[in-house]
Write a protein that binds this ligand. Sequence first.
Ligand code: HEM
Length: 404
Amino acid sequence: MSVEMPNWNDASVIANPYPHYRKLLDAQPFYWDPTADAWTILGYRDVAGMLKDPRFLTNRMKVFLPRIPEETRNRIKPLIDTMAHFMIYLDPPEHGRLRTPVVKAFDTRVVKNWRARIEVVTATLLDAVAQNDVIDLVPALAYPLPITMISEMLGLAAEDATQLKAWTNAVAAFIDRTTDPLVAQNALEAVAGFRGYFTKAIEERRAAPREDLLSYLLQLRDEHPDISDDDIIGNAVLILAAGHETTTALTGNGLLALARNPDQLALLRENPDLIESAVDEMLRYDPPIHRTGRLVSEPIEWNGVQLEKDKRVSVFLAAANRDGSVFPDPDRFDITRKTTAKHLSFSFGPHYCAGAGLGRTEAIVAIGEFVRRFPHFELESEPVYVNNLTLRCPGSVKVRVKRS
Ligand code: HEM
């Protein structure tokens, strides 16, 4: 049986892609999408299997470039050159030399040291809306907390946040829709902005090192001559971008799931210790990153289908998390869920999220404290989503606080 292939750029699909995932998971969890010129996979075992299989590479720049009209392609070369340094697009051996130190910079000990600061920023943000009857969770909490934290960790000035967010959104839009010339133009300008910004920041730290992540990255460059300034700049952009918008989505969508499921909100209100398992379920149920991509490096037979070399695969993490053969009653939001299989929201295999501990801790603190201060709330209006399925982030989630 074949089902209609959704247009993943359609705003109504982005607003609620889950019924489409359900239909495809039931009927066609692995198919060739001629419009995207890519294989699409949705089933849990296929997604997890591909993510850890070294025959599927992550560097797919070389195949999406020819899909961009030639005139645009030449113009956006500086954009591609910068993104080519992002470790999410690097395969061994280049990948490891950047990933190892970055993972260390966000390890459990580092995150534990930052937790008190996460709590202070959360408290300040929630103090500011303490008297409001209607709170838009995104501008009030879900956006400012992670951008503040990642900026402080990198050593960037708080007043630069709005500019950094605008550039991040432009680059994220390009990752979602690489063939749209207008999106490419915006991303090109954003990357030029980022490059100028980080080049200056690096020069300042080279002259006078500080106690921040940028200085740490620079020091690495001195210790490992094969790490270039472009590697530092590219991965500073990646860390900044990956380090905030994802957590905004987790916090916004997590609180949204509680507002839509009053029984689960009551359970959490009465059992605050459930917060860690609740955040894990929020990650499974409505993850920030819905899809990623891989490249077929050699002819591969997969599920009886011959995959040609150099074909792209669109890997749907969010759909895999709704695979009923792994997660019983998959469309139910259940903060006490106990499943042996892990959700795939932080990916799986060599590119497993380097900032998972930080993102998870920020959401635990933010959502836990919000529910403690505002134990009763309901959805005021339907959320509004940014036009991006890959990084599916709400721009607005308004809730009405109920006071007894
Ligand atoms: C809830 C929040 C987050 C989610 C859901 C998330 C999700 C992901 C996913 C799915 C990937 C891998 C993509 C792939 O396999 O192609 C990834 C990679 C990455 N993430 Fe996160 N992320 C989050 C927060 C963060 C934070 C706070 C940081 C800050 C440092 C971060 C930094 C990174 C980096 C550097 C990579 C690249 C890892 C590599 O390629 O080896 N992420 N993230």
